[in-house]
Write a new protein. Structure first.
Length: 64
């Protein structure tokens, strides 16, 4: 499942995100959602989240 709909993402969910510095390469970072930073219900590039380790990026894929 992709991370374009805000309703699909909840704190505590394991996801793969693309960090700002990795947008050109598309390299993904795995982690657990702490905060949802995008206010709109949909975003074409993925909902922006903060992981429990503090990294911020857009959700590319929901792992579990």
């Amino acid at each position: 499942m992709d991370g374009k709909n805000r309703k699909d993402i909840k704190p505590g969910l394991k996801v793969e995100i693309v960090l700002k510095k990795d947008q050109r390469t598309g390299k993904r970072t795995e982690g657990v959602v702490k905060d949802i930073l995008t206010n709109s219900s949909f975003h074409p590039h993925g909902i922006k989240v903060r992981l429990t380790d503090g990294q911020v990026g857009r959700v590319a894929r929901i792992v579990g």
